[in-house]
Design a protein around this ligand. Structure first.
Ligand code: PLP
Length: 293
């Protein structure tokens, strides 16, 4: 079965789906998106993703998007049509299509696109055992990284550079106070270090990072397991000296980083805190969805 799409009321194969060349998502990246995992046919953390989408729509003054019950119904129908049991549901909302002009056009309806694709979550389990490599790069994004907009060019360039270097992820680094280089997050992931006392340290939620759904779930689970969490920016120097680094996202629920730039992280193998969090997080995935690898 090919991937399937929904565009403004119509379902069909993804190859036949399209939007206007005047769509503001295409013209201006005037659009937001969400990526929701489904495993065993069930959505993971659906309510949190919808909360973030609603928050983004309100921040960008995009109105007229179907309500949550209607979105869930479309999402369920699309996944059912796809016949995939494990995959990624992509939701994109743009301000709509109109003659090209920067200001908001009056009286247009938003464009709503959903797609469902197959995704093999089981591939993450051996990666969790082995760990992945990352490189550090300057964070060249805008000042509202908390909004999940489709304006992803800096992330595209950074992730391409990581890929060319044989790395899984690019870690963004920005000047903090006193010119210290702070790690904000990854190109498409949130970032964490484990400090010498076994605490998880991660950048606080702010306009400098995306409030990741996997981040929110992981930190909740960690606190419930009595693992201390410190939300503060950390420097690239601290990251280089940390015993463990790891990342989270919807598509890579948790992965240890065992190599940063040209140096090993800790013992160059996933450490005890990352491994424990891996067990806890995947147990939560199974609890929510009934997924079995
Ligand atoms: N940070 C950035 C910049 C991202 O693009 C993503 C996901 O695409 C994340 C973090 C992780 O967010 P989530 O856990 O909601 O997938």
């Amino acid at each position: 079965m090919p991937a399937v799409a929904y565009v403004n009321g119509r379902y069909g194969p993804i190859e036949n789906a399209g939007v206007s060349v005047e769509d503001r998502g295409f013209q201006f990246a005037d659009s937001l998106y969400e990526v929701v995992a489904f495993l065993n046919g069930r959505f993971l953390d659906w309510d949190k993703h919808l909360w973030r989408l609603r928050r983004g729509l309100a921040s960008l003054f995009i109105e007229g998007v179907p309500g949550e019950a209607a979105l869930l119904q479309i999402a369920h129908r699309l996944v059912a049509r796809s016949r995939y049991s494990d995959g990624l549901l992509y939701i994109q909302v743009s301000r709509g299509a109109a003659k090209r002009d920067h200001g908001f056009p009056a009286g247009i309806a938003p464009t709503l696109v959903l797609t469902a694709r197959r995704f093999d979550f089981a591939q993450r389990l051996p990666q969790l055992e082995k760990g992945v490599a990352a490189i550090s790069l300057p964070d060249q994004r805008w000042a509202r990284c908390d909004l999940k907009t489709t304006g992803l060019l800096p992330a595209v360039l950074a992730k391409q550079e990581a890929q060319a270097a044989g790395a899984f992820e690019a870690l963004f680094v920005r000047d903090g106070p006193d010119g210290r280089k702070e790690v904000t997050e990854g190109g498409s992931t949130n970032m964490y270090m484990v400090d010498g006392r076994g605490r998880i340290v991660t950048h606080p939620v702010s306009a400098r990072i995306l409030p990741g759904i996997a981040r929110d779930t992981l930190l909740g689970l960690a606190r419930a397991a009595q693992i201390e969490v410190v939300e503060r920016p950390f420097t690239l120097e601290e990251a280089r000296a940390a015993p463990e680094l790891f990342l989270t996202s919807t598509t890579a629920p948790i992965l240890p980083i065992v190599r940063l730039d040209d140096a090993p992280v800790g013992a160059a193998a996933p450490g005890p805190v990352s491994r424990r969090l891996g067990e806890i997080l995947w147990a939560e995935v199974r609890r929510q969805t009934g997924w079995r690898s």
